[in-house]
Design a protein around this ligand. Structure first.
Ligand code: PCA
Length: 320
């Protein structure tokens, strides 16, 4: 008996050979996306009995948000998170996330993701990357320093952007797009560099925008998703049981993340209001103009993306 135990102990280190992964994200440690990732990492470590440790590098420290897919592809990080719309240069279909006024609820966002995922999986696979899970940001609203009544109020103003879709929208409104990473929004606002932005109320809260922003219009324009992914070779190098632990923890992280997102969506609008920001619907004229802008955006988008756009939008609209 004693002999058997000793033998078991002797092989134990080999069975528990520890793999370390670095996971890079461009968002802050306190962000709900990052907290969810940290929980995912802990779940993986526990489920794999310590065989896989995932070290989370937040806040653009290991790689900048937009460079994270390349960092994971190149092996600088084994895993990473970015906002899906930052992938559009190589995979236009990732932009389905930010076509205005297509997704009106978390349930819609879920349907969109279910349709989009197989395409994203295929594109990422071609880069040697495996998608693990995606979680949406709360709905995108319009935050503004001054009240706005119609699109004319945007002419010549500076609108903060974070992806190609927000750049195009700023252009359509006649505003100057100003690219500012999420973590620098407070600084840019305090420096007087921005007049408005389309983002979530949550991002407004995290950046304590109430010093400058006076208005929040709940236009519910889209629900962009963050996607967490891993280098396929790093994944394939894991023992089967650990791979299984990663996939299971990812499914749990996806479910938990969607619930967290919906919860913080409501809380953060209330918090903006408590901080003195006027929370409103878009005024009628602006609302109508934004709808037209959304339709034009959709047409341009479907034309530029081609067949893959139809693969998503036809079932999205016609097969409920
Ligand atoms: N916040 C991020 C992306 C979407 C959101 O709600 C940002 O503003 O950059």
């Amino acid at each position: 008996m004693k002999m058997v135990l000793l033998a078991a102990l002797a092989v134990a280190p080999a069975l528990h050979a520890q793999t370390q992964w670095k996971l890079a994200t461009g968002y802050r440690v306190e962000s709900f996306h990052t907290r969810n990732i940290v929980q995912f990492a802990q779940d993986v470590e526990r489920a794999s009995s310590g065989a896989l440790r995932i070290e989370v590098h937040a806040n653009n420290t290991l790689a900048r948000l937009a460079d994270i897919p390349a960092a994971v592809q190149g092996g600088k990080a084994q895993a990473g998170e970015t906002i899906m719309t930052s992938l559009v240069a190589d995979m236009p279909i990732a932009g389905a996330d930010a076509v205005p006024f297509v997704v009106h609820s978390y349930a819609d966002a879920r349907r969109l993701w279910d349709l989009q995922r197989p395409l994203i999986d295929t594109h990422l696979a071609a880069k040697g990357i495996k998608a693990l899970y995606a979680v949406p940001w709360p709905p995108q609203g319009l935050l503004s320093v001054a009240p706005v009544r119609s699109s004319a109020d945007f002419k010549g103003t500076r609108m903060r952007t974070y992806n190609p879709a927000t750049v195009r929208i700023a252009q359509m409104l006649g505003a100057t797009p100003v690219d500012v990473p999420m973590v620098d929004v407070n600084k840019a606002l305090s420096a007087g560099k921005l007049d408005s932005m389309i983002t979530s109320a949550l991002t407004g809260v995290e950046n304590q925008v109430w010093g400058q922003i006076r208005q929040y219009y709940g236009i519910n324009a889209w629900f962009p998703k963050n996607i967490v992914f891993v280098n396929q070779q790093a994944f394939d190098a894991l023992p089967a049981s650990v791979r299984e632990a990663v996939v299971q923890a990812a499914a749990q992280a996806e479910a938990r993340g969607w619930a967290l997102s919906a919860a913080v969506a409501e809380e953060s609008v209330a918090e903006l209001q408590r901080r003195g920001i006027k929370v409103d619907r878009a005024p009628a004229e602006l609302d109508a103009e934004l709808r037209r802008l959304g339709e034009r955006f959709s047409r341009e988008w479907v034309q530029s993306v081609g067949n893959e756009a139809n693969k998503i939008f036809i079932p999205y609209y016609f097969q409920r």
